[in-house]
Design a protein around this ligand. Structure first.
Ligand code: SAM
Ligand code: SF4
Length: 450
């Protein structure tokens, strides 16, 4: 979501005549797009702002803007920071060029956030829709790929989560606008489109007599010439439209067999406290059902360890779930109390009763359990040929030198989201390639171009 907002803002600024630079030393304007999901992310922004305050001592005309969730959450408190000129929430990004132009000319501080985010006005949604449709076609952060938001916000109110309070209520975008946007992408070299939403499987839009669900969007997107792979994230474990989505995955070769379905915990007591509306047994049945319809489906999960009240037994229930779920990979987070969430309102920081060292120990233990599963799943690829959409140069080329033909190390992903590293010409970025897997590690498949 955040990367998409960064790309939208970048496109809007380019169109308004700004040019982008990666260096703060050269920049007249520095924008920081922020996330509020965990405290650590916000702390990093604050330390970055400390650094910018220092730079501004010698360059007082530099304009610094904070955009995104942290801007919405902290509002005027953030504007008080010496380094900050603009605070702009996620719903105000369509105004970003105006806000910057004003700040450059008038040297004043500006706050643009939504006062009551849970009551987002219709007009605001229309402005966001126009902005998204206009600038959502230039998203080339990863060659050959684009991300298209199909729904904004969330209505689920998981007890730990800040998203509903900084992104507002769930609003589904009209299918025509989404499909029109995707149709323009192949002309820009895009081969894979990922549909985005916090509970993307619950996408629903009534248009005339017809109600569109995510399966319809997947079907329509995969019918567009030039779009070869269609993915979607993140799904919420619910029955809503689940069968339809799996069916389109099974039927359409373009809809990738990949499902990101966070469970968060394996303990039913903790799931209830999290306000997640399923049990671990039901969740595992859902996975079994998915595998029955799409046998080679790759499933990824998210977990929070050290949630308030999580006992060792609760944690072991999570370990057990991870062993049974056989995820391709799982993202594991230590619980981070967030002001404003349901849990915070029920008792603030006092609720955070699992000691940091226990969270750390559980994090490491769960990672090790998942690593063993990932290692087994990855080994099954040995000697097999896979199709990859190449992303570009590997971020860790030092782990594997260039080959005899001087080809650097590239990285890409399969349709089922497995990461593949191999030597090849950089011109492959954004293209499909095939490689035979020669070696594996728990995180990566190492291949040779075929
Ligand atoms: N909508 C998705 C879902 O329901 O799973 C995920 C949204 S959230 C931005 C991404 C992940 O961050 C969640 O799956 C959860 O594991 C983690 N997360 C959210 N709030 C958290 C918190 N307060 N502390 C630690 N992890 C958190
Ligand atoms: Fe947060 Fe839950 Fe909504 Fe996901 S479903 S964004 S975890 S409130």
């Amino acid at each position: 979501m955040n990367k998409l907002d960064t790309a939208l803002v970048g496109s809007a600024l380019k169109e308004a005549g700004f040019s982008l630079t990666g260096s703060e030393k050269e920049a007249d304007v520095v924008l920081i797009n922020t996330c509020s999901v965990r405290e650590h992310a916000e702390q990093r922004v604050l330390s970055h702002l400390g650094h910018l305050k220092h730079i501004k001592k010698t360059r007082p005309d530099m304009v610094v803007g904070v955009i995104g969730c942290m801007a919405q959450r902290l509002g005027d408190k953030l504007l008080e920071h010496k380094a900050v000129n603009i605070v702009c929430g996620p719903a105000q990004i369509p105004q970003i060029t105006e806000l910057i132009t004003e700040a450059l000319q008038q040297k004043k501080k500006t706050l643009a956030v939504t006062e009551n985010i849970r009551k987002t006005a219709e007009e605001q949604n229309e402005t966001l829709e126009e902005f998204e449709s206009a600038y959502g076609i230039e998203d080339e952060q990863i060659p050959g790929q684009a991300f298209v938001r199909v729904m904004r916000g969330c209505d689920n109110f998981c007890a730990y989560c800040i998203v509903p309070y900084v992104r507002g209520p769930a609003v589904c975008r009209p299918p025509e606008a989404i499909i029109e946007q995707i149709k323009k992408l192949p002309g820009q070299g895009v081969k894979q489109v990922t549909l985005l939403g916090q509970t993307v499987n619950s996408y629903k839009f009534k248009s005339g007599e017809r109600t569109y669900c995510l399966a319809d969007l997947l079907d329509m997107a995969s019918g567009i010439e030039g779009i070869e792979w269609v993915k979607f994230v993140t799904s919420y474990p619910s029955e809503e439209f689940f069968d339809e989505i799996l069916q389109v995955m099974a039927d359409s070769p373009k809809v990738c067999n990949y499902l990101h379905l966070p469970a968060q915990s394996g303990s039913d007591k903790i799931l209830r406290a999290m306000n997640r509306h399923y049990s671990s047994r039901w969740y595992l049945e859902l996975l079994a059902g998915a595998r029955a319809v799409v046998p080679d489906i790759a499933i990824a999960g998210d977990f929070i360890v050290g949630f308030p009240g999580e006992s060792e037994d609760d944690f072991q229930a999570t370990v057990d779930l991870v062993k049974k779920a056989r995820y391709k990979n799982a993202f594991i987070f230590k619980y981070s109390p967030r002001p404003g969430t349901r849990l915070w309102r029920a008792g603030g920081e006092l609720q955070d009763d699992v000691a940091p060292e226990v969270k750390q120990k559980r994090n490491i233990e769960l990672l090790a359990v998942q690593e063993k599963v990932s290692d087994e799943l990855n080994r099954a690829f040995l000697g097999k040929e896979v199709k990859i959409l190449v992303e570009g140069l590997s971020k860790k080329p030092h782990l594997n030198a260039a080959d005899k033909a001087d080809n650097p190390q590239l990285v890409g992903r399969t349709a089922t989201d497995y990461i593949v590293v191999f030597n090849g010409p950089p011109s492959l970025a954004g293209q499909f390639a095939k490689a035979t897997i020669k070696r594996t590690s728990p995180l990566t498949l190492f291949g040779k171009l075929t």
